[in-house]
Design a protein around this ligand. Sequence first.
Ligand code: CO
Length: 290
Amino acid sequence: MDAEEKRMILEAGKLGKKALELAESLVEPGALFLDVAEKVEGFIRENGGEPSFPLNLSINNEAAHYTPSPNDTKKFKTGDLVKVDIGASIGGYLSDNATTVEVGGKGEYSNLIDCSREALNRALSVLRPRIEINRIGQAIEDVIESFGFKPVRNLGGHGIKKDDLHSTIFVPNYDDGNGRRIEDGQLIAIEPFASTGIGMIHNGMGGNIYIFSGTKPKAKDPVIENFRTLPFAERWLERIKPDYKDYLKKSVSAKQISQFPILKEHKGAMISQAEHSILFDGDQVIVTTK
Ligand code: CO
């Protein structure tokens, strides 16, 4: 693959990893979700990148897609199980990585947290050039079931392309029988989710994360110019468009912009997640966020 492209993919991975470490260190009892998100996203920008997507801070039965709103007052409480998910973009080349933190660290969910981490490690250990996609899922499923938990079936890893966080490949957290092979030059995210519930998530309310969907407006649009094809936070609109609330409302009702729903298991279930980005380059398999 092109050396310059590869350099940027690796750089995006390194910055994404550092951002995740920073986020992990900031999640503590009493901290505001909003402060953590602003600090972590600011860190990425100060270091020459852009967030691949808004920092996701999803708690307990939420698997993904919550980011603080512009005036968010939520604070972390001892015992919250937080999925921290972030990535960096370097010139449109992206990374995506995640981990799970138990706020206050009492160790009540250590098993569940270890489970998704070990499932990810097992998946990484079976990777080789042109691996069949379902083999990755099988490795994840084996580990999660050995812990007595359920892999989440309708959420998983994904292909990543330039300016495209969720390209067509779906990397399942179970053996879905898809024998298609990962191709040379592909970048993917592997992200096991382990659940104490049924292993199926559904759409909840909006989580303050948006993306351009339908037909793009013809007039020059500063929001499109800024975020193009990547997800963005309502918080980020404030900076580039003072009248953003009205704009957002109109664009959503015109179906030009759509809001991601929070993805959640049923009430009372707990979910953990671990994620890395991986580049397949010739005979090398490189974890870019490690
Ligand atoms: Co991902």
